[in-house]
Design a protein around this ligand. Structure first.
Ligand code: NAP
Length: 520
């Protein structure tokens, strides 16, 4: 059945155990901004068909979708289908806007309804695959089968084994939109999250958001408040540009909150999503359209990105890590940058300038200065090459001495063991930069340099760790009289650098700082 397409509906699954709780959840769903509430009556503890459905449907505060999912399709109901059909039929009679029935029994259900199908209720015929996402051809065949059975709305939910699986669902959604076939197409699991956020861009009829974390009716559902307030799904449309964080894991990152808030503030038609990615090459090959415009890129893909970008900024190349990938709009080529080093180094430069009341921005205050980096991993390399690039004399201290030696050789500096660092007295004005995870939550009582005597020889101390905001190293450095530069400042500035690369315009720094300060 053809239907006029509007914006994608936001549906809140209501999965509480008692009918009274479900009524309360419906009101909560409405006040949170849902367009539809999905009543999962298979989740009701003791379901009494007529009284419960009357209570739920007659005074409903928003349109409802009634689902009575059997065990064999991932639900809770274990009885025979006839009772389910009766309940769905009654829900239609009572005025439910939508009912959902599984493809496997859709013919039987329509046969059951024949001659007594109430007007008004739309029939969603659904198919769930909890193992994997089939090929585009198989998905298209499934759509045709669901349509042929007499669905008003096609629903296909599959499991995303890999984030690239979602692209096939997007393809099928676009195809259905062209044919004016209303379709709900979602991929379950943490690798399918983008299907739930980006479906409005590809013409999805409806997406599901939970009322709060922990109330998912299927794996991977985001909360309604994330969908509405962070990702602003009501504003996502066909022209919305997509940005995001590639990495594994990505769930802990503050970047979606930060970048989406900034896009909103500057009025950009863009969304920033988490891309939980196993294989960077596959991801970049799959999401290759100009709409996937720019990416933040984090562990474990920073090194691989250097080899996959068509062009790489020279300092990023020497560091051997790319944390930002831009799809150049003129020729589609991928260009790699490293804003970790620009973020950290500019923050440290400003820290020194603040100490000196030094206003001259043309010459780096790092030129000629001793710069001691603790750590020889990704952040260590970024700081070491960044400092060298600015003319500093670099020393590397690391737990694994050989790695310190290797990095020191690359930047033309000296290597130290962590024990040597404890006894090292730096010259006046030296900078100390911790790039290890020593002192990071939950090990907040640890420090990479415990000798106060050694610590007091540094004028400026930087810690890449941003959780906690003030580490033991920073606290003790402050007691020793050093100027501090925080990992949070590095994070903020690397994000500002990314915004500038994403948009070719200067970052709203005060706003970004305010958002970061407010975040926990
Ligand atoms: P990485 O590549 O895994 O490197 C980790 C470094 O820490 C290595 O040098 C390692 O020494 C050292 N290390 C780890 N555990 C240690 C321990 N228990 N004792 C002594 N040394 C230890 O990690 P990364 O990406 O560089 O990240 C390092 C830190 O920087 C993390 O805390 C991360 O959150 C932070 N970071 C912050 C930002 C920001 O924006 N503020 C950006 C990037 C990273 P070995 O060589 O001996 O293994």
């Amino acid at each position: 059945m053809a239907e006029k397409f509007g914006s994608t509906l936001l549906c809140a699954p209501v999965v509480e155990k008692t009918v009274e709780e479900m009524v309360a959840e419906m009101s909560a769903a409405r006040s949170q901004g849902a367009d539809v509430a999905e009543l999962r009556i298979d989740h009701l503890a003791a379901f009494e068909m007529r009284p419960d459905l009357e209570l739920l449907i007659k005074n409903r505060p928003l349109p409802v979708l009634v689902t009575y999912r059997p065990k064999w399709e991932g639900g809770q109901y274990e009885g025979d289908d006839r009772k389910r059909f009766e309940a769905l039929h009654l829900a239609m009679e009572l005025g439910a806007e939508y009912v959902d029935v599984e493809l496997k029994v859709a013919r039987e259900f329509l046969h059951f309804l024949s001659g007594k199908r109430p007007e008004g209720a739309k029939l969603i015929v659904s198919s769930h695959n909890y193992q994997f996402t089939p090929s585009t051809e198989e998905l298209s065949t499934l759509v045709a089968r669901i349509q042929a059975v007499g669905a008003d709305i096609v629903k296909i939910a599959t499991f995303a084994v890999d984030i690239c699986d979602v692209a096939r669902m997007f393809q099928v959604l676009v195809h259905c939109q062209g044919l004016q076939v209303p379709m709900i197409g979602l991929c379950m699991g943490e690798r399918g999250v983008i299907s739930r956020i980006l479906c409005p861009k590809f013409g999805g009829y409806l997406t599901f958001g939970t009322l709060s974390a922990g109330k998912e009716s299927a794996p991977g559902q985001p909360t309604m408040s994330d969908l509405l307030d962070v990702y602003r799904i009501k504003q996502i449309g066909v022209d919305t540009k997509v940005y995001g964080l590639i990495g594994k894991p990505v769930g802990h990152s503050k970047s979606p909150k930060l970048h989406n808030a900034v896009f909103k503030a500057v009025g950009l038609n863009a969304v920033y999503v988490p891309f939980l990615t196993d294989n960077l090459a596959n991801f970049l090959n799959t999401y290759s359209s100009p709409d996937f415009t720019g990416f933040s890129n984090t562990m474990p893909h920073k090194e691989t990105a250097v080899t996959l970008c068509h062009e790489v900024d020279p300092v990023a190349k020497s560091i051997g890590a790319v944390n930002t990938i831009i799809r150049r709009q003129t020729d589609g080529k991928l260009v790699g940058y490293n804003t970790d080093y620009t973020g950290a180094i500019s923050a440290i430069e400003d820290g020194i300038r603040g100490l000196q009341g030094h206003k001259d921005g043309t010459v780096s205050p790092l030129a000629g200065r001793l710069f001691v980096v603790i750590g020889a991993g990704g952040a260590g390399r970024a700081l070491a090459f960044g400092a060298k690039y600015k003319g500093a004399r670099v020393m590397i201290a690391n737990r694994t001495y050989d790695r310190a030696r290797e990095l020191a050789d690359l930047v033309g500096g000296q290597a130290l063991s962590l024990t040597e660092l404890e006894n090292f007295h730096a010259e006046e004005g030296a900078v100390l930069a911790n790039t290890t995870s020593i002192g990071m939550n939950p090990n907040i009582h640890d420090t990479p340099l415990s000798s106060k005597q050694a610590l007091s020889s540094y004028a400026v101390v930087f810690d890449a760790i941003y959780n906690p905001k003030v580490t033991r190293l920073m606290r003790e450095a402050r007691e020793c009289g050093a100027a501090l530069v925080s990992g949070e400042e590095m994070f903020l500035r690397q994000a500002m650098g990314q915004f500038e690369l994403f948009t070719n315009s200067s970052a709203p720094s005060d706003l970004m700082r305010e958002i970061i300060m407010k975040s926990t």
